[in-house]
Design a protein around this ligand. Structure first.
Ligand code: SF4
Length: 474
């Protein structure tokens, strides 16, 4: 079978390099430590490589600017004369970054609120986000953690790593640990290995993941040594972060190839960014290029309500339109899930076009990507109880307080109420002969409520067979 052009290119020493660094010897250019210590960050350095606009110059000379650092490799992908270059706009600030916008927040996902110990976010039932550093190889202008990222004084101490790991050790419901930051791949190699090794000794931690932009900003960091190290900690997954097809270079392809050969499943998370990738055609090209290098498009995020990102945000309608342009139009595994990470800490909410047009008992009316409308006839004798015996053979993972809509469907409860709902509807009145106490059989739905929040035993549903027996006895 003929190898693809991208994979053929991996055999050749390719060098994405701007003329500014033409004299740098290859050994240096390919050394990730050299790339890290020669990042562009000052106005003068950037001005020497890129034809900066007035707006970029103004931003770069502003007080309180979110950190700027760009690896020479990634800077080489920037079009020095095009201010609209999609790579450039991700890492070079403009003065629009300073403009506040309605609903913007410092910590828009309330991560710090959901952290039992510093840097460990426990938002979902069975998994945690472990922030291990505040440093990155380059800094994205829309970074959701700009409140701490880039600031070395906010980074995590050994004691804080210990507290994070102790929490994971003592919380058996955690089966999945995602390392992020900042970027875990810029950590000192020994420190990263120490964290991975400690996590691997925890019996209930089933998978370890890393979310990283290093393969995109600094593909030379993905050395054979690194791949060998992480392959000791399988099952180990890795998500990269590519926003535009221009970022998919032979160097990135080679880095992903090394990771894949080390047995690491790769996914990609993109952020939907105005003027950068908010186009069906660009997104289609992006997902096609990703699957060619064996990276599965995983999430497409709506840009968060974070300080500095106002001018990069799109409407949600645009995101839905993009998914409409992917689903059915290309391979299913190339279609990412479009996500709004809920402001206030509600977590990831998938959003998609609506394919179900109508429902009635026994029938669902659906439409496909072409507008073809069809009817799916549902079985009229389906018995959802048939699986129960098999289901009982599987250990059930309970998530007290996080049952959500599944809890309603499963009959654990009948309603989910906003905080203070009962008080609001009591209207300040006292208990009286028709309304006494919060828990009263009067409001207890028969057969609902088997979980802890219902303190009293629910009434048992009458067994019709017993009723028959009783009535025949009497
Ligand atoms: S790599 Fe990630 S953590 Fe670092 S600046 Fe970009 S978005 Fe933020």
């Amino acid at each position: 079978m003929a190898a693809s052009k991208t994979l053929q290119a991996l055999d050749k020493p390719v060098m994405t390099r701007a003329p500014y660094w033409a004299d740098i010897p290859d050994e240096k250019w390919l050394d990730w430590r050299w790339q890290m210590s020669n990042r562009l960050n000052s106005f003068e350095e950037l001005d020497a490589v890129i034809n900066l606009t007035k707006s970029e110059k103004k931003a770069l000379q502003s007080e309180g600017l979110f950190r700027v650092d760009i690896t020479p490799y990634f800077a080489s992908l920037i079009d020095p004369v095009d201010p609209g270059c999609p790579v450039r706009r991700q890492v070079i600030p403009t003065d629009r970054e300073m403009v506040p916008f309605q609903s913007m927040m410092e910590d828009s996902l309330s991560e710090d609120k959901h952290s039992p110990v510093p840097g460990l976010v426990h938002r979902y039932p069975d998994r945690v986000l472990m922030l291990v550093t505040t440093q990155c190889a380059s800094y994205c202008r829309y970074c959701t953690r700009s409140r701490i990222v880039g600031d070395p004084s906010q980074t995590f101490s050994r004691e804080e790593f210990d507290a994070q790991i102790n929490y994971i050790e003592n919380t058996p419901q955690i089966r999945d640990v995602l390392l992020s930051g900042g970027d875990p791949m810029v950590l000192a190699p020994k420190l990263l290995q120490m964290i991975l090794a400690r996590l691997r000794t925890i019996p209930h931690v089933e998978i370890i993941r890393i979310g990283t932009r290093v393969p995109v900003f600094l593909p030379m960091r993905v050395t054979d040594e690194f791949c060998e190290m992480i392959s000791q900690y399988h099952p180990f997954w890795l998500n990269i972060h590519v926003n535009h097809p221009k970022e998919i270079t032979p160097e990135l392809a080679a880095a992903c190839d090394r990771l894949s050969r080390a047995g690491v499943p790769l996914g990609n998370q993109s952020v939907l960014l105005a003027g950068i990738n908010d186009s069906v055609h660009i997104q289609r090209k992006l997902v096609h290029e990703l699957v060619k290098i064996r990276v599965r498009p995983y999430y497409l995020y709506q840009c968060d309500l974070v300080e500095g990102s106002g001018h990069m945000r799109t409407t949600v309608a645009r995101g839905i339109e993009i998914i409409e342009g992917l689903q059915g139009h290309t391979s299913g595994f190339a279609v990412p899930t479009y996500i709004i990470d809920a402001p206030g800490g509600g977590g990831k909410i998938p959003v998609s076009p609506n394919y179900v047009l109508a429902q009635a008992p026994g029938k669902v009316v659906l439409r496909n990507f072409e507008g073809f409308i069809t009817t799916y006839q549902e079985p009229l004798d389906y018995d959802p109880g048939e699986i129960v015996n098999q289901e009982n053979l599987i250990e059930r993972r309970t998530e007290p307080g996080q049952e959500g809509i599944l809890g309603l469907l499963g009959g654990d409860r009948m309603t989910i109420e906003p905080d203070g709902f009962a008080e609001t509807h009591a209207r300040g009145g006292k208990d009286h002969r028709l309304r006494s106490g919060e828990i009263s059989d009067k409001w207890r739905p028969l057969g609902i409520g088997t979980i802890e929040h219902d303190k009293e035993e629910p009434k048992k549903l009458a067994d019709p067979s017993l009723e028959d027996e009783q009535s025949s006895e009497s």
